[in-house]
Design a protein around this ligand. Structure first.
Ligand code: COD
Ligand code: ZN
Ligand code: ZN
Length: 378
């Protein structure tokens, strides 16, 4: 029996407030309005940014349904949605691409003024949400909300993907993988034969390494204070791994010796402003490029001698690896399906959706790289 046009009752992990476990509840999901799409979520990853809400570091409206790294199948579409139909495989987009705003029209930007990342209003474009639980409105998270069996998103915040894509893998393209991989291939535009350094070997840093390798970098130096991370880094393409704790001099000096004066590309994938400056100093003084990937604490500032820039270094950064979401997500899924890229090794844990709080524990204890939660384990 078709569910189109009807309210769907389903399970969701509701976040009633910070510093408490997510609660699996029955919620009501209203049908999509004009230019909206209702999606049956098949798999969703657990990302650090979801945990930032749980820890209280991100200020959002409660109750809220978190989750933003997912893949699913279109259940129904609202009026005016022409490019999607029920049954299509899709990835929700935490940066929309309206295609009309000043950011979207700029080929060098991947942001969109219709995002909900700056203010966390927790609503769709019409300023309401489609979720209720126990008679209360439940807010949406960064245009997506994927810790639920069904979600509704604006059509500017969803990408149709390859029909053969395995949803329990390509869900990572919705956030972590693209953020790292795109930083190398899109934001930095790493050139063949070049030298790269990646600070921080979490799931995002490892994805930067994958990007550097695909781009043909000759030297990929992986840096982390936790040497347990080195095996995976090598598996994904790091040519050398170093631990700053093993040296009694600044890491940029060590890197300069290893790379004939400095790297062509430096990536900061930790969110530490001191390391951002080290990354900048590690880049070659003539044209070396530094890409900031990590999100620093909100009041942190980065200080450095401006002379570092006058010799031609470049400092940049991007959300979501500089990916223009609607354009680049389907292309990246095609690259996965066609075996041009592989990131299966990032998925260290798979759990049924109901065990979501365990997924967060694995993240907090540093035991997982990525946990994927599955909704139907058929
Ligand atoms: N020196 C070297 N390595 C360090 C140091 C240090 N001083 N401190 C920590 N590390 C290492 C840790 O040992 C760890 O291996 C790694 O750095 C960090 O890894 P994770 O697993 O904590 O994190 P990731 O890879 O999942 O994500 C890290 C980011 C910083 C990229 C992430 O938190 C972030 O800020 N993302 C960007 C923001 C964004 O795009 N948000 C939108 C939706 S997610
Ligand atoms: Zn994320
Ligand atoms: Zn836009």
């Amino acid at each position: 029996m078709s569910t189109a046009g009807k309210v769907i009752k389903c399970k969701a992990a509701v976040c009633w407030g910070p510093k408490q476990p997510l609660s699996i509840e029955e919620i009501e999901v209203a049908p999509p309005k004009a230019h909206e799409v209702r999606i049956k979520i098949v798999a969703t990853g657990v990302c650090r940014s979801d945990d930032h809400v749980l820890s209280g570091a991100l200020d959002v409206n409660f109750p809220i349904i978190l989750g933003h790294e997912a893949a699913g199948i279109v259940e129904s579409v609202g009026e005016g949605v022409t490019n999607l139909k029920p049954g299509d495989k899709v990835i929700p987009l935490f940066i929309p691409q309206c295609g009309k705003c000043r950011c979207c029209k700029n080929p060098d930007s991947n942001f969109c003024v219709k995002n909900d990342l700056e203010k966390f209003n927790g609503v769709l474009q019409d300023n309401t949400t489609r979720f209720t639980c126990k008679g209360k409105t439940v807010y949406n998270f960064i245009s997506t909300s994927t810790f639920t069996e069904y979600t509704v998103v604006d059509d500017i915040a969803v990408a149709k993907i390859h029909p053969d894509a395995p949803l329990d893998k390509v869900c990572l393209i919705g956030c972590g993988f693209s953020t790292g991989y795109g930083s190398a291939v899109k934001t930095a535009k790493v050139k063949p034969g070049s030298s790269c350094v990646v600070f921080g070997l979490g799931g995002v840093g490892l994805s930067v390494i994958i990007g550097c390798k695909v781009a043909g970098a000759a030297k990929i130096i992986a840096v982390d204070v936790n040497p347990d991370k080195f095996a995976k880094a090598k598996e994904f393409g790091a040519t050398e791994c170093i631990n700053p704790k093993d040296y009694d001099r600044p890491i940029n000096e060590v890197l300069a010796e290893m790379t004939d004066g400095g790297v062509d590309y430096a990536f900061e994938v930790i969110g530490n402003t001191g390391i951002m400056t080290s990354a900048l100093k590690s880049s070659f003084f003539c044209g070396g490029k530094t890409v900031i990937v990590g999100l620093a604490p909100s009041n942190a500032t980065m200080t450095f001698d401006p002379m570092l820039m006058l010799t031609g270094r470049v400092l940049t950064g991007a959300f979501f690896g500089g990916f223009k979401s609607k354009d680049d997500v389907p292309q990246t899924v095609d690259d996965y399906v066609n075996k041009k890229i592989n990131f299966d090794g990032l998925i260290t844990h798979e759990l049924p959706f109901e065990q979501i709080n365990e997924g967060f524990e694995l993240l907090r204890n540093g035991k997982s790289i990525r946990t994927v939660l599955n909704f139907c384990r058929a």
